[in-house]
Design a binder for this molecule. Structure first.
Ligand SMILES: *Cc1c(COP(=O)(O)O)cnc(C)c1O
Length: 389
């Protein structure tokens, strides 16, 4: 027997805060409790039929069975460029300013390898999608956590970042509409980010995974649509949430050509691109999505409304989300995030996510994902009322 020892980069990862909750969830299920799981941000509904049809047709084309180009089919990247023309008002060079990704997580996880040297600082939001921090650590970088606080509308206060940090900072991750807080960013904030990035020579990586998942007529601004943004950053996109395609693994990044090229160089040494039949399905998904987007938005609006009225009855504070399929709610007085989520699980059979699992400033919150039917959500809200009352 040889001894198996993990590399330092794995040993140094922060402890997995959801492990305890996962264990408890299994234990409660084993007792036979009908568990309502609003913990994970994974759509419960299938991928729309028009996208499945496009995949089925493309899967029969032998040319698509071969190794794809690592940077994406020209037609896929042209579709991305067309999306930006329609949704924002910018013209992208599909060959230099767009790269396909095996889901946006893949691109987010790889980009620090292209630009971060040991000791470089990466600014990451906290609470936040955990990959920004782990990807930074894997590259030997130092994550600096920018707290997202209610008093700042869950936007980072860029003026509070110490000068000594800014000197070493090379990259900033942002994500609006935001997971887990469901906050949105204004164009004014993005303009501030562009000025900040230009002043301190920091490249901006904006995660736009929830670009289309918005309600009440709200349209989330693209970071790249901000004047000057194309010079300082890129935007990560995912087809996962918008088109209920989480399992398909398709996303892309767009923006400043040198940043896209660096990411592409890493990718060309690690993966071999996205199955072309899936790219064809992605083109179809984005091409004619008006009807689908209306249906998807109506689905989550109805669910959101059930949760918001339930929380109001219980007296739990939460801002009504304009976007994303999350509700970021304050835990009632007398509980920590972990205590409250355990209490909901044990007494009501509801799985929610404790806010501190996304970073310390998330303490005092819990996240509800709108990923079960509105009937199940209504049931969850009734059970929650009893558990709190
Ligand atoms: C779901 C999610 C992703 C990852 O999406 P994939 O394209 O499926 O990899 C990235 N960022 C945020 C904030 C997410 O919530």
């Amino acid at each position: 027997m040889i001894t198996i020892e993990k590399a330092d980069r794995l040993k140094e990862l922060p402890p997995y805060l959801f492990a305890e909750l996962d264990r408890k969830k299994d234990a409660v299920r084993a007792r036979g409790v009908d568990v309502i799981d609003v913990g994970v941000g994974d759509p419960d509904q299938p991928t729309p039929g028009y996208i499945i049809e496009a995949l089925t047709a493309a899967a029969r084309v032998p040319a698509y069975h071969r190794y794809p180009s690592y940077s994406g089919m020209n037609s896929f990247r042209e579709a991305v460029s067309a999306w930006y023309k329609k949704r924002a008002s910018i013209t992208l060079d599909p060959l230099r300013q767009v790269v396909s990704l095996i889901g946006s997580k893949e691109g987010i996880a790889h980009i620090p390898l292209a630009f971060i040297n040991p000791g470089d600082v990466v600014l990451v939001p906290s609470p936040g999608y955990p990959v920004y921090k782990t990807a930074t650590l894997f590259a030997g970088g130092i994550p600096y956590e920018m707290p997202l606080l209610k008093e700042n509308a869950f936007l980072p206060d860029l003026n509070k970042i110490p000068a000594a940090v800014l000197v070493k900072a090379k990259m900033i991750f942002l994500n609006y509409p935001n997971n887990p807080t469901a906050a949105t960013a204004t164009s004014e904030f993005f303009a501030e980010v562009v000025a900040f990035a230009a002043k301190h020579n920091i490249m901006v990586c904006h995660d736009f995974a929830y670009s289309e998942m918005s309600f009440d007529g709200y349209e989330a601004p693209s970071f790249l649509d901000t004047p000057g943004a194309m010079e300082v950053g890129i935007e990560f996109h995912s087809l996962s949430k918008t088109y209920h395609m989480t399992g398909w693994r398709l996303g892309f990044a767009a923006g400043r050509a040198e940043i896209i090229a660096g990411l592409g160089q890493i990718k060309s040494n690690i993966d071999s691109g996205v199955f072309e039949a899936i790219q064809m399905a992605g083109i179809a998904a984005m091409h004619d999505d008006t009807a689908w987007l209306a249906e998807m938005r109506a689905l989550y609006t109805a669910r959101r409304n059930v949760v918001m009225s339930g929380l109001a009855k219980i007296g739990i504070q939460a801002a009504t989300p304009k976007a994303t399929f999350y509700v970021w709610a304050e835990v009632p007085k007398g509980y920590t995030s972990a205590d409250f989520c355990s209490h909901l699980l044990e007494t009501a059979g509801i799985v929610t996510t404790p806010g501190n699992g996304f970073g310390d400033p998330g303490e005092g919150y819990f996240r509800i994902a709108l990923t079960v039917s509105k009937e199940r959500l209504a049931e969850a809200m009734e059970r929650m009322a009893k558990a709190v009352g």
